[in-house]
Design a binder for this molecule. Sequence first.
Ligand code: KIV
Ligand code: NA
Length: 265
Amino acid sequence: IKKVTTETLRKMKFDKEKITMLTAYDFTTAKMVDAGGVDAILIGDSAANVMAGFETTLPITLDQMIYHAQSVVRGTDRALVVADLPFGTYQSNPEKALESAVRMMKEGGAHAVKIEGGKEISKSIKKIINAGIPVMGHLGLTPQSIYKFGTYKVRAKEEAEAEKLIADAQLLEELGCFSIVLEKIPADLAKKVTESISIPTIGIGAGADCDGQVLVYHDMVGMNKGFSPKFLRRYLDLYTEITGAVSQYVKDVKSVEFPNENESY
Ligand code: KIV
Ligand code: NA
């Protein structure tokens, strides 16, 4: 198997081949997502939501993210494995940012890290990249800043925020980021950003003109019943499938339909 690298993704943008990314947080899911052929797997801090049940991504710790990363890396043969650095582990100063990134690479086994923000965290990004660690940027709706934004609505609809986003994207390229996630911004703006930089953009709720797409695994397989933003396409209805299977199992055990003779020793 030919492993996907950051260079592969750059080349895919150049060749106009769309990049695919999904999240995974555990070994078994990583195996399926990798077998399905995605180019990159993201250990998102959305683990705080879908794995741990927190309302925001803020509470998850670096140790917890490292545990998720280790599990995903063991299940991945082909995809590039990118891991989020969680809230509070890179914003305060570049030294701490590098320390966090090193731990994620060394202990977590990730191939790259993703961090949220532009100009404000440029020194941290530079420091991490200088150490030889590939960095994926993340602009637009950056969920670690939810208490600044106040809502999870579309970002950069106004001129000033759109201009800043374009400048930040260009800065991230200059700093040496290998790719940028664009989350929940107008499709026109995402197209403009994508055309103005030579590193690939990976969109979520950012239209079809990004160089690639990413979704949260639990959302795209329909496990997350209550979450249905406009940008989400559900490829399965696993919530219904799984609760159905569980209630059938309950019924079978109660009625002594399970286990049968073939299922007994
Ligand atoms: O944490 C996450 O899942 C993410 C993606 C939505 C891009 O950052
Ligand atoms: Na994230």
